[in-house]
Design a protein around this ligand. Structure first.
Ligand code: SF4
Length: 473
């Protein structure tokens, strides 16, 4: 297990976690209902735009330009933020980023921070690091709050509590909140969360956010959200700390326009998200009077060096790929043992961990049937299946010589010669006596690796080659 908190310490490899998740029928019901609702709605709003494909290609091109010239754009945003009264910090990894945020919160003299929903801060394990330093982090996004109060882990990028239904949420709120909801009506649950959070918004001195985009030209930071909790965090406290992955840049405001069309339709299936907050440095007398931008690498420059894998850095975290993935729909997000679940998690997490000897991370590229649905919906055209296959090759290489690789080499030797292959077929056809029914459902090791999840059809009595020779030869 690696030391990067992007994967959760102690998580089993994906096949093991998936097997356990598949036994939870309630989880599968919750997931099926939620993912199908969002995906159907997304299809409808996307089909309204005749230029959707052009928008996708524009999003891909802008992100590729950013990734190819990342050094230039990063220096540009640093200069712009500094010129507008903000302070820029550089963090190589999770530890450095957490230390910066902890120090800033301490300097502000607080023991509590409010948080805008942020994948970057989840990726670095910020809440745990702050808690270890004596500072409590309060999640203000409704779904994140459900996860936090339930002492749970998120299972979706956009809807972290997607695995919970409303009666489970009512139980969590009744257990954890001072003013308890009386029913599981959505309005009642939302009202309970509102009462719980309002006090926190009004008293917090420091807020921590992530960022959906950073505009390099002007130093403007953009957060899009649906609930308005983010807006409260971004405007009320005295100090605002934003942790942003270095790949989140767009060059100009004009480029932002493309993503403000792509993101809401792909994520919440809305034509426009209800709240788009944009701020540039510090404005005297208005909003936070101290602004800190933490630029986070944490494995991104290593991913950038990989010609195939780097396309994962185009991701705008819309989660459309999760909602269409047949594997995600059945296992849920927690089986991925990572902050980033689903298809994007299967290609991003192993790259951020950057250690294919980490068995859990190396198992993630196999969490796919390679059906390609994720590629079709991705608003920035990340070819997820291509990266999955590429990472599988890396995982195999890292394993070195195994019984499987020896077996594959032996098969390669057999298939390389027509006579050897034919003789092997003759020997193989004897296996049909093992299963007169036509299917073999149990084989001794190493064949048991196959038959534990699938049947094997018995070989025919005669190969096509022999039949051809007998009838036409
Ligand atoms: S990989 Fe594409 S579809 Fe998946 S979350 Fe990222 S941008 Fe969205």
């Amino acid at each position: 297990m690696g030391s990067n908190p992007v994967t959760w310490l102690g998580s089993p490899v994906f096949p093991k976690a998936a097997k356990a998740a598949l036994a939870d029928t309630q989880l599968r019901r919750n997931l099926r209902k939620a993912t199908h609702t969002i995906r159907d709605k997304r299809t409808r709003v996307v089909s309204e735009l005749p230029d959707w494909e052009e928008l996708r290609r524009a999003g891909e091109a802008i992100k590729d330009d950013v990734l190819s010239n990342l050094d230039t754009y990063l220096e540009r945003i640093e200069a712009a933020v500094t010129a507008r009264g903000g302070v820029v910090h550089w963090a190589r990894d999770a530890r450095e980023a957490n230390e910066i945020v902890l120090r800033l919160a301490r300097e502000a003299g607080t023991d509590e921070v409010v948080k805008v929903k942020s994948m970057a801060t989840a990726e670095i394990g910020l809440n745990e690091a702050l808690e270890a330093g004596g500072i409590r982090a309060i999640e203000t996004d409704l779904a994140e709050l459900i996860v936090q109060l339930g002492h749970d882990r998120p299972s979706h990028i956009l809807v972290p509590a997607i695995h919970r239904n409303r009666s489970e949420i009512k139980e969590i709120f009744q257990r954890e909140m001072a003013e308890k909801p009386v029913s599981d009506e959505p309005r009642e649950l939302a009202e309970a969360a509102r009462r719980h959070l309002r006090r926190k918004f009004l008293s917090a001195k420091v807020a921590v956010s992530g960022a959906n985009f950073g505009v390099a030209d002007t130093g403007s930071i953009v957060v899009v959200e649906s609930e308005g909790n983010g807006r409260m965090c971004l405007t009320l406290p005295e100090v605002l700390i934003t942790v942003m992955g270095i790949e989140k840049l767009v060059p100009t405001w004009q480029d932002l326009e493309v993503f403000l069309q792509l993101l809401p339709r792909s994520s919440t299936a809305e034509r426009m998200n209800p709240y788009t907050s944009v701020w540039t440095g510090v404005t005297p007398g208005d909003g936070p009077q101290q602004f800190h931008l933490v630029l986070l690498d944490n494995g991104r420059t290593d991913a950038l060096a990989d010609r195939v894998g780097r396309q994962a850095l185009r991701c705008i975290r819309c989660s459309a790929c999760l909602n269409v993935c047949p594997v995600y729909e059945r296992t849920g997000g927690q089986a991925y043992g990572s902050v980033y679940p689903g298809p994007i998690g299967a290609i991003l997490s192993p790259q951020l961990v950057n250690d294919m000897h980490d068995k859990q991370a190396a198992s993630l590229p196999y969490a796919s049937s390679l059906c390609g649905a994720c590629y079709e919906v991705c608003p920035v055209r990340i070819n997820i299946p291509e990266v999955l296959v590429h990472l599988r090759a890396e995982a195999v290489e890292a394993k070195g010589r195994t019984p499987e690789s020896v077996g594959m080499a032996a098969l390669g030797w057999l298939f390389a010669d027509a006579r050897r292959y034919e003789n092997a077929q003759k020997v193989g056809s004897l296996a049909r006596h093992l299963a007169p029914s036509g299917r073999i459902s149990s084989l001794p090791w190493p064949g048991s690796k196959w038959t534990s999840t699938r049947d094997v059809p018995t070989p025919p009595a005669e190969s096509f080659r022999t039949w051809w020779r007998r009838n036409r030869g």
